[in-house]
Write a protein that binds this ligand. Sequence first.
Ligand SMILES: Cc1ncc(COP(=O)(O)O)c(C=O)c1O
Length: 450
Amino acid sequence: MATQTKFISLKTKIPGPKSQAVLERLDRATPRAVSVYAPVVIDYAHGSLLTDIDGNTFIDLTGGVGVLNVGHTHDRVKAALHEQVDRFLHTDFTVVPYESYVRLAERLNAHFPGGGPATTAFFNSGAEAVENAIKIARAYTKRKGILAFERAFHGRTLMAMTLTSKVHPYKAGMGPYAPEVYRAPYPYPYRCEYAGGDPHHECNERCYAAIEKALMLQVAPEDLAAVIVEPVQGEGGFVVPPKSFLPWLREFTDKYGILLIVDEVQTGFGRTGTFFATEQAGIRPDLLAMAKSIADGVPLSGVMGRPEVMDGPEDSQIGGTYVGNPLATAAGNAVLDVFEEENLLEQAKRQGEHLMARLTAMQKKHPVIGEVRGLGAMVAIELVKDPVTKEPAAAETDKALHRLIEQGVLLLKSGIYGNVMRFLAPLNTPLDMLDEALDILDKTLEEVRG
Ligand SMILES: Cc1ncc(COP(=O)(O)O)c(C=O)c1O
């Protein structure tokens, strides 16, 4: 099934026979919760292209769910890993430390939104970073309460899952959850519940009042240790709040001595056009959780924060055997080199503008695109059955994504209704490669409408 494309190369129907055979084994060898999205088994990948074991090459716009902002197997990262493999693999940093951990902390601290000083501790996953940010906040404030938002996603460990608000599939039947977690609305301009019928209402003041009211009904602000917030909601549907949201939240938290934790696990590392999204709000958080694109796929996460807050926990109260593993910190330093050498923040802005322009043009042709939105290269389209009622088009989204895979494009969805297509391509994806994928999307949306 040869195609006329420059980057995509399909040699078999998708899935090909070799992938199919592994997927059948996967079904028998792993539990159903480990379900896979793309029915293709990878052989190798580089940049934004991924080749399966049947020899089919795909344009990968998933970035391993936002982990590959510098692209698959970046040469710099590979070289750093090879070098580290030959030197040592593990000590436990708190038993015998190594310089690459310290260097990575120093370099990341220089990116603390709103300016330093800051210190950083490393962990393994986004959820672990979130868990530790909460521990640090509680230790520092000596308070217990945590406020999280509707549609938030913070991970799948006990505290992270409690903070997460998407019930299906993450929470159903998984309780009891951690105590002292409270919930408030997060502004969603496209589906603003607080507009009161006013189509020009900008979804801010009334939403902020609703946040204050939610607290009034649940917990005294002076009992809250922290508010945890995604600067742009990721799994929740790439929801970009009004510009005034984070500054308002900073003011609100300051008023009651509450810490502000920004969860930059998905928004960080250039995704939104600045190193961290919080920079664009012009505020200084107290703590910042990071993971995903920090180390190009090697498991690593971190919590960065004001030094006095980070020093809330006492000796050994945070940590873990593998945290800040030397392979991961070597990869993390290489990722930062790539940001500097390839001017990735500029590339992120360019990618974002390109996506917004092409998708906005598509929206004029395809009424199924209810909204095109984004910040930097964190861009999404929300699909609806009808642009007036905004009824979510979840089945159409699934169908289109499935058809995209069959044509060689890997793209993910998100959102509580499962109707948001989100772009998480490596930031250095060539624009003509992006165009090849977008042309196929354009054609596919036509098909779905038909
Ligand atoms: C904002 C946010 N926080 C936390 C997490 C959890 O990260 P991990 O899957 O590495 O535990 C995610 C994962 O998607 C995320 O998007």
